[in-house]
Design a protein around this ligand. Structure first.
Ligand code: DGL
Length: 274
């Protein structure tokens, strides 16, 4: 077996780093490659065709780098590209490899946080329009009502590190208000975009303290650990030297400057030209 067979972790930009951080904490021996497709981010307002094409291109690159398993740590890519890649592309490109997303593991557990069975979802336009969350959550929690709100300004604000400025408060307030207007009984809000944990505190300031705000990092990491236990054929192919490599499709200088806000540590990235 080649000595470097890392787990691939993918996002359109920096958001997936909030998931990677939790995964690495749970699987410190494993090797990882992170790829942020920053040159083409944000994905959230792009068409199905574009998100699918970009995500597939990145998944194929991960496979060329030796990854037996890729985690799409991006809700938009999970909503718009994952199923097609799993069903149509994997059998053709590499049937032994696996690609997982973030929507299913989150949907499997989100209902357990709510007492009122009224769950709010904050996500990109693409994730909301795909209706993936209502469909998936209904499979596990049929009595839960799901209310969705697209937040198209949040990823651009966060990617540009403008989210702590006063101007950002307007958009944080606007989308939360629109979500809470849909039901007075929402007691759980899911941050269904991996960028949003960066504004968790800002969101908390705008909602009653009785509403729980759930981010996905730990949920996805926990679910990956469980997946590897249940799939030794994949787990045995993952190399374990504790190595972690970062790639971006845009400027490495920009990536290295901003990535620490999401990852919590300094990183040094390499450039990938796609
Ligand atoms: N972080 C990604 C997500 O979870 C999307 C960001 C984007 O719009 O590119 O949905």
């Amino acid at each position: 077996m080649p000595s470097f067979q890392p787990i691939g972790v993918f996002d359109s930009g920096y958001g997936g780093l909030t998931v990677l951080k939790e995964i690495v904490a749970k699987l410190p021996q494993h090797d990882f490659i992170y790829l942020g497709d920053n040159a083409r981010a944000p994905y959230g307002t792009r068409s199905f065709e574009s998100v699918y094409k970009y995500t597939l291109e990145c998944v194929e690159w991960f496979f060329k780098m030796g990854c037996p398993l890729v985690v799409l740590a991006c809700n938009t890519a999970s909503a718009k590209a994952l199923r097609t890649i799993q069903q149509n592309d994997l059998p053709r490109i590499n049937p032994a490899n696996r690609v997982l997303g973030v929507i299913r593991p989150t949907s499997e557990i989100i209902g357990t946080f709510s007492q009122t069975n009224q769950v709010g979802i904050l996500a990109t336009k693409g994730t909301v329009q795909s209706n993936s969350y209502p469909i998936e959550i209904d499979k596990f929690f049929p009595s839960v009502n799901v209310f969705q709100q697209a937040c198209p300004m949040w990823v651009p604000l966060i990617e540009n590190n403008e989210h702590n400025n006063a101007g950002a408060d307007y958009f944080v307030h606007e989308y939360i208000e629109k979500l809470l207007q849909q039901s007075a009984d929402i007691d759980t809000i899911l941050l269904a975009c991996t960028h949003y944990p960066l504004i968790k505190n800002k969101i908390a300031e705008q909602i009653p303290s009785t509403i729980k705000i759930i981010s996905q990092g730990e949920i996805v990491a926990e679910s990956l650990v469980d997946y590897l236990h249940r799939h030794p054929e994949i787990e045995n192919r993952c190399s374990k030297n504790g190595e972690l490599i970062f790639y971006t499709t845009d400027s490495t200088k920009d990536f290295d400057n901003k990535a620490s806000i999401f990852y919590g540590k300094n990183v040094q990235s390499k450039h990938l030209a796609l």
